[in-house]
Design a protein around this ligand. Structure first.
Ligand SMILES: [Mn+2]
Length: 488
């Protein structure tokens, strides 16, 4: 398709405009910038059109200035955007349907209306491939490889890594395509560095306080988690903690043992709930996209969402109840077998590779990716092996610890967090979450992904664990000698 666009742009002397979705993420930004750079290298005048300038990932993609108008009937390429409503802007409406193209990796489920339908495009102008992890992954094969330079390879790697949460979620050819990018000159380690952003303590405290309100309910042999926030709660999170669109924090609920369904509802505008849904290939693997689609939403098989209008203050409870019913219905009709507890030979080797490369973040080569790919294709369970599952109790304990950090600490520019737990705190926590002292101390690693100067947790018996800004953890139990506390 891109080659056809290049021919047309040259023949008809047209400019090419590239568009993507609002709140642009790594895939939207990098795929757009990669297409623009590719077209420019082929002598085409091309531009990524955003109405709000973009600074994110600028070390890889450069900074992107805002655009307010475009020439009439240029060529438009719309990337990573499943509906017109989801687009960052609609200046592509200045292009005729023949001159408008779509490349996307969002699935089109039975009868869903996608952007190509809304714009009346013919199928030859649409490249929709839900077997790809990202638009960047589609582009690895759509662009001519000998014309992909290392700058473009870096951009494509960035989108592939961000849309897969750093290879946590793979599609069938993702690792092979990543290998190609490394061979084309992508600096994997450098790009990976830009995908890891430390979060803000103030936001984390607000989210943790909210997550403590998470409810659970049984779904078959598993359980579901549901958290809803009405408009006043959403406002409070925004005002006091700077958290916007809190339903997007649903990823905080992932990788919890035996949890098959996660759901967050947030009333961002009064009378309207944004609903985010997740399921997992590991427990049940049922199709939440079907659930979202039945409410006019969209997304992916394991990750989807929709918006629903409500009439009164009882709506929150009713929404929760119906989501519990709908998810249980899907589970009973679709759930696949839960994974075996024993690991196969392939699982064992995969686990060894994942451990030695720190979850494919260190020493990654095309050979290692090829080996992992072949282990998956001969039956290793990547979804299960890659993740480290925590219990619901540990998830809640983490939220308890974060939520106790006072405003005078989280408001600091470079917070020093020193948490001293009293005997009563320990009693409450151990009783509520069935957890021991060592497990409480191990919670220090929550600070490794948060922007802090330092943090520590101290128990009444003097046991203490600390972490510095570089994520180095030290445990000090020396004060423990000689006293009468019993080590659990
Ligand atoms: Mn994407």
């Amino acid at each position: 398709m891109i080659e056809e666009i290049i021919k047309k742009a040259k023949k008809e002397n047209k400019k090419v405009y590239v568009y993507a979705h609002k709140f642009p993420d790594g895939d939207a930004i990098s795929s757009s910038r990669a297409v623009v750079e590719y077209l420019k290298s082929q002598g085409i005048d091309a531009q990524y059109v955003v109405t709000k300038g973009v600074q994110a990932f600028n070390q890889i993609v450069g900074s992107i200035p805002p655009t307010t108008s475009v020439e009439n009937d240029g060529i438009s390429i719309i990337l990573d955007t499943s509906t017109v409503d989801y687009a960052e802007n609609t200046l592509f409406k200045n292009s005729s349907p023949e001159n408008t193209y779509v490349i996307d990796h969002h699935g089109k489920v039975n009868g869903a209306v996608c952007i190509e339908d809304e714009l009346g495009l013919t199928s030859k102008n649409v490249l929709r491939d839900s077997n790809a992890s990202s638009v960047c992954e589609i582009l690895v094969n759509e662009l001519e490889q000998e014309k992909i330079n290392s700058q473009i390879a870096n951009m494509l790697t960035l989108g592939l890594l961000t849309d897969t949460a750093k290879l946590k979620f793979l599609k069938s050819d993702t690792l092979q395509n990543l290998s190609k990018l490394i061979e084309l000159g992508a600096d994997y380690k450098r790009v990976l560095g830009f995908c890891t952003r430390k979060s803000n303590l103030r936001e984390e405290v607000g989210i943790a306080q909210t997550l403590l309100k998470t409810k659970t309910f049984p779904i078959g042999d598993t359980f579901g988690m549901i958290l809803s926030m009405d408009n006043s709660e959403v406002d409070e999170l925004s005002r006091n903690f700077g958290v916007r669109s809190p339903q997007k924090k649903i990823f905080k609920m992932s990788d919890i043992k035996n949890c098959s369904f996660m759901c967050m509802l947030s009333e961002n505008t009064p009378g309207e709930y944004n609903v985010e849904l997740r399921s997992t290939p590991v427990y049940g693997n049922f199709n939440v996209l079907q659930l979202a689609t039945s409410h006019g939403g969209g997304g992916h098989y394991n990750a989807s969402g929709y918006t629903i209008r409500v009439e009164d203050c009882y709506s929150k409870t009713r929404l929760e109840e119906s989501l519990q019913q709908e998810s249980s219905g899907l589970y009973s009709s679709q759930a696949t077998d839960l994974p075996q507890i024993t690991l196969s030979e392939q699982d064992e080797e995969l686990l060894q590779i994942l451990d030695s490369t720190k979850r494919l973040t260190e020493g990654v080569t095309p050979e290692i990716l090829a080996r992992v790919d072949s282990l998956i294709k001969t039956g290793a369970n990547y979804d299960y092996t890659f993740k480290t599952f925590k219990s619901f109790e540990k998830f809640m304990l983490k939220n308890e610890i974060l939520s106790q950090i006072p405003a005078r600490i989280y408001s600091q520019r470079e917070p020093r967090v020193d948490i001293s737990l009293s005997l009563q705190d320990i009693n409450t926590l151990t009783k509520r979450y069935n957890i021991n002292e060592t497990e409480i101390l191990s919670m220090i690693d929550i600070f490794s992904s948060i922007n802090i100067a330092s943090a520590s947790i101290t128990l009444p018996n003097g046991r203490k664990t600390s972490i510095n800004r570089n994520g180095i953890i030290t445990t000090d139990i020396s004060q423990n000698k000689g006293d009468n506390t019993i080590e659990i």
